[in-house]
Write a protein that binds this ligand. Structure first.
Ligand SMILES: Nc1ncnc2c1ncn2[C@@H]1O[C@H](COP(=O)(O)OP(=O)(O)OP(=O)(O)O)[C@@H](O)[C@H]1O
Length: 374
């Protein structure tokens, strides 16, 4: 898939912008704080209705204005799909083919994006929450059912945590109601864990191939999904559901004592190993970077396998974070395959030589000027 154009109105520092893109590599060139990342963020928001940088949608609306609109014409193998998103005081409105979607989960998944920013190195180094977020954002785009299960799970988790706090303070007594909430949480939790395991198994295969190529077969990458559900990786949704239910029963007193839910996919983690050793703990900086790069490149292929289309790739200032060999690997892997948007303060060295006919835009104070082709 590729994004043919983008029209922004009052999004971040873009008052009005209309721009046509290349199907290949689009370079956003500019000094600091001109709006390069804001433009990548606009594409991300158009895809997922939320930002990868902030949970507060109000930050996305241009200062002193009330409503941001984003429009883009997407091309898929099945034809063109106009997308439209409005962010206002009263929330979000999303349209596909000019038709308003009742649920945002029906909208998400049309435009698939993968972002790679320097912070993505924290997929390996960071806290477990970073890796859970990574799984949820990627898998949610591939599977509307995953996204639905996740949003149900979050709602019930909130209710259950509230109720556990009430039980803890003896403001409530009814354990039957806790049982109902546990049952619902286990049902959605089991679906989430099962899908994560299934998609991680595939992602691991793609990532292993990339990692082995980058390291000239010196290193073997492995994934390990960390969960409190025993034998989760060999089992059915129903079995995970029953195991979770039993665990909630067993841990009831402890959960009431702590006033919070201690088990489930919101507590799980993902670990990466290189040649059998945990990269987070034992890996060098270089191994951690290569792992993050392999995982990101693997996502491109997984998304193609799951949705039938290559996603759009957003590279936010990552070239400067990678050495020449890894830059070369990244750029050759994506060339002529994936529509790419790349921000950088300057385009020289490896990148200028490697990218075939990029469309280069100079970004300055929320405006874009297309550079003449070289
Ligand atoms: N809601 C908003 N309304 C208007 N301007 C905003 C808004 N949010 C951010 N900005 C402005 O956007 C600019 C930042 O743009 P952006 O984050 O895209 O930088 P950049 O070009 O990627 O630079 P860098 O390389 O430093 O990351 C800043 O000047 C900031 O003041």
């Amino acid at each position: 898939m590729y994004l043919e154009n983008l029209v922004l109105h009052d999004f971040r520092n873009y008052a009005d912008l209309t721009i046509n893109f290349s199907q290949g590599v689009n370079v956003l060139l500019g000094e600091n704080a001109q709006g390069k990342t804001n433009l990548l963020e606009a594409i991300y928001v158009l895809a997922l209705t939320r930002s990868h940088r902030t949970a507060n949608d109000k930050e996305l609306i241009r200062w002193q204005t009330t409503t941001a609109t984003l429009q883009g014409r997407l091309h898929k193998s099945t034809g063109a799909v106009p997308l439209e998103l409005e962010l206002g005081r009263r929330g979000k409105r999303a349209k596909v083919n000019h038709l308003e979607q009742a649920k945002l989960s029906q909208y998400v998944g049309n435009l698939n994006v993968i972002v790679f920013a320097p912070e993505d190195l924290s997929i390996v180094k960071g806290a477990p929450a970073v890796r859970r977020r990574f799984m949820d954002m990627e898998f949610g785009q591939m599977s509307p059912k995953y996204l639905y299960n996740l949003s149900q799970y979050r709602t019930i988790l909130k209710q259950r945590n509230q109720y556990l706090r009430q039980l803890n303070r003896q403001q409530a007594k009814d354990k039957v109601y806790l049982g109902v909430l546990s049952d619902q949480l286990a049902a959605f939790g089991a679906e989430i864990i099962h899908k994560r395991l299934q998609l991680l198994q595939q992602l691991e295969k793609w990532a292993q191939a990339v990692h082995s190529e980058i390291t000239q077969e010196q290193e073997q990458l492995t994934f390990h999904y960390v969960t409190q559900v025993p034998t989760a990786d060999q089992t059915s949704v129903d079995h995970i559901y029953q195991t979770l239910q039993a665990l909630y029963q067993q841990q009831q007193a402890k959960e009431i004592f702590q006033g919070t839910t201690l088990l489930g996919p919101h507590r799980d983690d993902l670990q990466f190993g290189v040649n059998g050793k945990n990269v987070q703990t034992f890996g060098s900086q270089g191994q951690q970077r290569t792992t993050a790069l392999s995982v990101k490149l693997a996502e491109i292929d997984l998304m193609k396998a799951e949705t039938g289309e290559y996603p759009v790739l957003l590279l936010d200032d990552v070239l400067s974070e990678l050495d020449a060999a890894r830059q070369t690997h990244l750029l050759t892997a994506i060339q002529d395959k994936v529509q790419t948007f790349l921000t950088t303060p300057s385009l020289d060295g490896v990148a200028r030589k490697l990218i075939n006919a990029p469309k280069v835009f100079e970004v300055s104070h929320g405006t874009l000027h297309e550079e003449e082709p070289h």
